[in-house]
Design a protein around this ligand. Structure first.
Ligand code: NAD
Length: 501
């Protein structure tokens, strides 16, 4: 306990976080590595929420006038600060979210990458010039800053999701207010301190441009309902999305919803099976099955089923599970007891539905929850297979007809990420076609998890439909104005309408 607390203290101190913010508050932060409390943060009450939203509104009103490339300069400095802080912040991610070292570092790298992307974007926030039917007229689009962007994030990407949103929102001319997961408040404090250093170097950013609101669901609800928040970008479970979507819609605000996944992969007879094995092992067991893009369902062709699933079981049996601070492990802990109980319940339900479970045992006692990843051979896609359980469970099923397998693949509520392993061009193209995978992400010969920031990230159906990060996702953070300018001395009406007075 003492040792972990000291380590946290050193890391937070080194990153410039005021001890008053994390040492004597009312909300505990618990490390899943050991189950110990490592901090106590202060929760934002109604007065603090109101004051920060007021400041965010004022910051937006000033920041929207700053030329976008100058806004990009702040994000460039932020990226520099993140590079300097990468190792320490990655360790905090490991301690608070339980990720292995390379995944913690990878998450901070994603923040750096999106900063680089946003700096380039700050000179590319362009609209179209559109041909008009009226002589002496010009029609064009402008993209204007939107307002205060509220970000609600999940525990499993405690720093990257915030950066995906904030880097774009800031170059687009918005201010940002962030409600991180109540399970990872210390990393959020560290991220804010790093950002504040960039602001100090920048010199003339408005006060309150990016702020933090620590707390539980009720703080998220305050952001969702507040008319000062123009866009709510909410990442978390589909249950959370169902609660927030109607409330945001009721006040006609914008939403980006990044919700749960139930991601499937197909292994076809022609697949490179070594490559498929690695892709599926990382997708299903990586981050202890706690990624929105984790591979949860696997369809293996009958002709290769026995051999391939046998190799997969061998990989499951040999994977190193344990405390990422204490050795070379590939699978760290579940976030908490509730996650473990949900895994147990899903495995029981799978057994009751005829599933044969391999692995899945808890590997230690006490207040932390380390489990062996579970591979479950299912006779059909039923019961718990249809839902996301946020734990390392891979349901494996046979198929003999690709179209039927794609049909099964699509027959779940979520629509985030998907993959096919095949060297047959026609199979790959069928999977990617309009009648193929119905997910926001569809891959060929790589797994379902580990997206790059350059593409738009998000999914369909119960995953919420939002897109973040690369491609043209920036448009969600701006409002479009269509402008028509008449430079003639006549007033021709559109569609040939006549209105002479
Ligand atoms: P969660 O839904 O329990 O919480 C996510 C966030 O929403 C937290 O900050 C929480 O305080 C807040 N929240 C919960 N209910 C709320 C409400 N009614 N109003 C306002 N805020 C509310 O999710 P979690 O356990 O932290 O994360 C795991 C889930 O997140 C999984 O379902 C995973 O698939 C999903 N996820 C999705 C993506 C994506 O990009 N699609 C990324 C990461 C995680």
């Amino acid at each position: 306990m003492r040792e972990m607390g000291q380590k946290i203290g050193r890391l937070l101190g080194g990153l410039g976080v005021d001890p008053a913010l994390w040492a004597d508050g009312s909300m505990p932060s618990v490390t899943p590595l050991t189950g110990e409390e490592v901090g106590r943060v202060r929760v934002a009450d109604a007065a603090v929420i109101d004051e920060r939203l007021e400041r965010a509104t004022a910051a937006f009103r000033s920041w929207r006038h700053v030329p976008p490339p100058r806004r990009g300069e702040l994000v460039r400095l932020w990226g520099e600060e993140l590079r300097a802080a990468k190792d320490d912040l990655a360790q905090l991610v490991t301690i608070e979210a339980g990720k292995i070292a390379s995944e913690g570092a990878g998450e901070v790298q994603e923040m750096i990458d999106i900063c680089d992307f946003a700096v380039g974007l700050s000179r590319q926030l362009y609209g179209l010039t559109i041909a008009t039917e009226r002589p002496g007229h010009r029609m064009m689009e402008q993209w204007h800053p939107l307002g205060v962007v509220g970000v609600i994030s999940a525990f499993n990407f405690p720093v990257a999701v915030w950066a995906w949103n904030a880097a774009l929102a800031l170059v687009c001319g918005n201010s940002v207010v962030w409600k991180p997961s109540e399970k990872t408040p210390l990393t959020a404090l560290a991220v804010q301190a790093i950002f504040d250093r960039a602001v100090a170097r920048f010199g003339d950013a408005p006060e309150g441009l990016a702020q933090l609101l620590i707390g539980g669901r009720e703080v998220g609800e305050a952001l969702v309902d507040d008319p000062r928040v123009a866009l709510v970008s909410a990442t978390g479970s589909t249950r959370m999305g169902r609660a927030v979507a109607p409330r945001i819609a009721a006040r006609f605000a914008r939403a980006i919803l990044e919700l749960g996944g139930n991601n499937g992969a197909i292994v076809a007879p022609s697949a490179d099976l070594d490559l498929a094995l690695r892709g599926i092992a990382f997708g299903a067991m990586g981050t202890a099955g706690q990624r929105c893009t984790t591979t949860r369902r696997l369809f293996v062709h009958d002709s290769i089923y026995e051999g391939f699933v046998g190799r997969l079981k061998a990989a499951y049996a040999s994977v190193a599970v344990g405390n990422p601070l204490e050795g070379e492990v590939l699978v760290g802990p579940l976030i908490d007891r509730a996650a473990f109980e949900a895994m147990e319940a899903a495995l029981s339900a799978a057994r009751a539905a005829g599933g044969v479970v391999f692995g899945g045992e808890r590997v230690c006692e006490g207040a932390s929850y380390y489990v062996k990843p579970a591979l479950v051979e299912m006779p059909s896609q039923t019961g718990p297979v249809l839902e996301e359980t946020f734990a390392p469970i891979l349901y494996v099923m046979r198929y003999d007809d690709l179209d039927a397998a794609i049909g099964q693949h699509n027959a779940v509520g979520a629509g985030l990420s998907s993959a096919i392993f095949t060297r047959d061009l026609t199979e790959a193209e069928r999977f990617l076609a309009a009648s193929g995978s119905d997910c926001g992400i569809a891959n060929v010969n790589l797994g379902t998890s580990g997206a790059e920031i350059g593409g738009a990230f998000g999914g369909e159906k119960e995953t919420g439909g939002g897109r973040e990060s690369g491609s043209d996702a920036w448009r969600a953070y701006m409002r479009r104005a269509t402008n028509t300018i008449n430079y003639s001395d006549a007033l021709p009406l559109a569609q040939g309408v006549s209105f002479e007075i």
